[in-house]
Design a protein around this ligand. Structure first.
Ligand SMILES: Nc1nc2c(ncn2[C@@H]2O[C@H](COP(=O)(O)OP(=O)(O)OP(=O)(O)O)[C@@H](O)[C@H]2O)c(=O)[nH]1
Ligand SMILES: [Mg+2]
Length: 470
């Protein structure tokens, strides 16, 4: 697809595949009503219908065979999602019926929409900016309260407004500098350098404030991956079951029960946590268990929090201090967070002092006593997970402006770095020409966030991640 607005008419199924009460097929483009009219017979042609009207009728294929009785909604340019003429056909939600209607629409002159094409058209027609278009995808994918809140705030334009505010101010600064450049040979100086320096400083601060929200924002959007790891039989699977309040993983008193990684999700405080129960870590010659241990080690490397589980009912076994040492060091080396849960406190109460021998390895990591059997301490363990997930930031109030997306973060970071360079240039008293160069690239980076400045590559990367029909 090119950046040039394509005027052809596209169609796609907008609802998930499968059986359901209804299914919606979306048609958008200049000929949306005309194309649909080739199959649809209601009281009046859709082509002659007003915007925001609903029409009942039969839908026929190209041979005139009735496929279904449907309701067609008409939205007229520019009052539609895409900004173009759009028809939404609600048919009975069957896999076959829907597919046949779509096939007919293609024969009647529509083209099958590419992934995200409706939203891309909405962007190209100025109905949404890029942050909002991405928020649509995030909203669809959100699986927790916080993810939902954050995507909604972005869809409502909170982040865009902030970015545009910073950009507008810099555009003014740029204007002053450019004016000066035009008259440089005459020795005029229009831009008050102190004022320029102040504007740059304020913009840098504003961007820094936005950047600082990312540590929390990415957790809101992406959730938190937690690996439950430890020696065999310490109660990892029991703990998973206790957290899920469901008898999900097999628990036995035989060490080495779990081999495959078992993954389930829960929400704590509105955040999504993906939990992985793993095989107990130990030296083994059993090839199946060995593979389990390898997968467990893999999980340690690919999680946001490692929950190291210890068995508090017994003293540490010979190899355990070494295992704890190795696990915590590898976790720390990768910047992964770690919590230690001492399990089976129903047998023996948890006394932190008893783990003094493990200092200094465990120093700085939260340690909680739990019982997977009685669920005592599970609430504290959940709280520890929640707080650990948000370390480096604070929980944000509903409606706060948050950076949740790495693309936005990187663009803002580039903008900030360019502004820092231009600030230095101002301080050094070097000519406006050089200030303008870095300022220009800061403006470009800021523009990339909302899509004011964009390339086909950026658009394709963003919209190809959407599903078809969106
Ligand atoms: N008393 C008591 N027993 C527990 C508790 N948690 C687990 N157990 C018991 O400890 C044994 C091992 O539990 P699992 O959950 O299978 O341990 P695991 O760490 O998943 O073990 P592997 O999969 O073999 O690595 C079982 O007999 C459980 O019933 C607890 O909190 N209290
Ligand atoms: Mg297990």
């Amino acid at each position: 697809m090119s950046l040039v607005h394509e005027v052809d008419t596209v169609a796609a199924i907008a609802t998930p595949p499968g059986e359901g009460g209804i299914c919606v097929i979306r048609i958008s483009g200049e000929k949306a009503t005309e194309v649909t009219d080739r199959g649809f017979r209601g009281r009046q042609p859709l082509k002659e219908s007003l915007s925001h009207t609903a029409h009942y009728g039969g839908f026929r294929d190209e041979r005139g065979t009735i496929l279904d009785y449907v309701v067609a909604l008409v939205f007229r340019n520019p009052h539609s999602y895409t900004g173009e003429d759009t028809v939404e056909i609600s048919c009975h939600g069957g896999y076959y019926v829907t597919k046949r209607i779509l096939e007919s629409l293609i024969r009647f002159g529509a083209r099958l929409a590419e992934p995200g094409e409706f939203t891309k058209r909405a962007f190209l027609n100025g109905r949404l900016d890029l942050v909002q278009a991405e928020a649509v995808a995030d909203l669809i994918r959100s699986r927790s309260d916080k993810a939902h809140q954050a995507s909604l705030a972005q869809l409502e334009g909170l982040l865009s407004t902030k970015v545009v505010e910073v950009r507008d101010r810099l555009v003014q600064t740029m204007g002053l500098l450019e004016l000066e450049l035009d008259f440089a040979e005459d020795g005029y100086e229009f831009a008050d350098k102190q004022r320029v320096a102040n504007l740059l400083g304020e913009s840098i601060q504003q961007i820094n404030r936005l950047l600082s929200t990312y540590s929390v924002g990415k957790v809101y959007r992406n959730g938190v991956r937690v690996a439950l790891v430890g020696s065999p039989n310490v109660g990892k699977s029991s703990l998973l079951n206790a957290l899920l309040r469901q008898d999900r993983a097999i628990v036995t008193n035989i060490p080495g029960t779990t081999r495959d990684v078992i993954e389930e999700s829960i929400t704590i405080g509105g955040l999504l946590f993906s939990l992985s129960d793993t095989a107990g870590l130990r030296e083994t010659t059993n090839p199946i268990e060995k593979e389990g241990v390898r997968r467990a080690e893999d999980k340690i490397l690919n999680s946001d929090i490692v929950a190291l589980i210890l068995d508090g009912s017994r003293s540490l076994q010979q190899s355990e201090p070494d295992l704890i040492d190795r696990t915590i060091k590898s976790v720390e080396a990768r910047g992964v967070k770690c919590i230690i849960a001492v399990n089976k406190i129903d047998i023996r109460p948890f006394v932190a002092e008893e783990f003094k021998d493990l200092e200094p390895v465990i120093a700085g990591h939260r340690m909680v006593g739990v019982s997977a059997r009685t669920s005592e301490g599970i609430d504290k363990f959940e709280q520890a997970l929640h707080e650990t997930a948000l370390t480096g930031g604070t929980d944000m109030a509903e409606g706060s402006v948050l950076i949740t997306n790495l693309r936005h973060y990187s663009a803002l970071e580039r903008a900030r770095n360019s502004l820092l360079l231009s600030e230095k240039t101002v301080e050094a008293g070097i000519s406006s020409e050089f200030i303008a160069v870095d300022l220009r690239s800061a403006l470009d980076s800021l523009g990339e966030v909302t899509g004011a400045v964009t390339t086909e590559d950026i658009l394709n990367t963003i919209f190809s991640k959407f599903c078809i029909g969106k």
